[in-house]
Design a protein around this ligand. Sequence first.
Ligand code: MTE
Length: 304
Amino acid sequence: MLIRRREDIPFSEITPKSVYLNRRKFLAGIPPAFLAARAAKAGMKLPGLAKSPFSTTEKITPYKDVTTYNNFYEFGTQKDEPSKWAQGFKTSPWTVSLEGEVTRPRKFSLDELLKLAPLEERIYRHRCVEGWSIVVPWVGYSLSALLQQSQPTAKAKFVEFQSFFNSGQMPHAAGIQFPYAEGLRLDEAMHPLAFLCFGMYGETLPPQDGAPVRLVLPWKYGFKSIKSIIRIRLVGSQPATTWNMENSHEYGFYSNVNPHVDHPRWSQATERRLGEFFKRPTLMFNGYDQVASLYAGMDLKKYF
Ligand code: MTE
């Protein structure tokens, strides 16, 4: 594969022209073994999803666009690579360890995670730092439901996330250091909008979109939404994060969607929905004003 200079790879590409062209409690009555079998395989129906009050009513981006135009550098740096190279990705068995500054450290199997809280469908806007956006019906529950299980100690101030990495399974990985790492302040992670995601469009996640479990943080640029998570660690100080380590001048720790703070190489004032021709204005916090109080008094130009 052609490896480009590192400084050319991160988010420097413009969207190619070709791209422009319910209910209630999930768990009641569904045997865990059935859930585990479903979650282990991508594209399996997830039944009995509650509808979320946090959902937007905007037009949903077609499944095909969302699953063939991806950033997942473990499976290549080009947008069409993850859908090709991630197909054989082995997501079973899978565990997520919850550790660090917690009273109850624990490893969860995927089955246990799926049983932890009722699964709901949340239709979120999602804005990539590169200027494209999508509207996706994700499936999961608020991350806080999992974090509460661990009983964070008084020392816990931030949450560090780590993706799975194995060069044998990911021979096309390129462009950045692996494993992929992300982080949030604990209060951000506990906000109800922070979403632990197992599926999309009523089905388990396809591998290119972060199977079997990822974050979705709709008020932040897409790179904060880490895929294929294996470790969640509560810590006392701000953790190192992948894109910030790659280029701290361009990618900050917070990375809240902010049309008033441009990326050093391009404006963030507008965005293009995948599949649409005309650009639309980008909204502060991607329109999720509920999170504004998390940043009260902070200079968001400095803490970008
Ligand atoms: N997570 C991992 N592990 N590796 C990645 O390369 N890319 C991020 C984020 N999570 C990435 C990741 C970026 S840059 C974006 S924009 C979103 O995933 C893309 O998610 P999507 O492909 O489901 O739209």
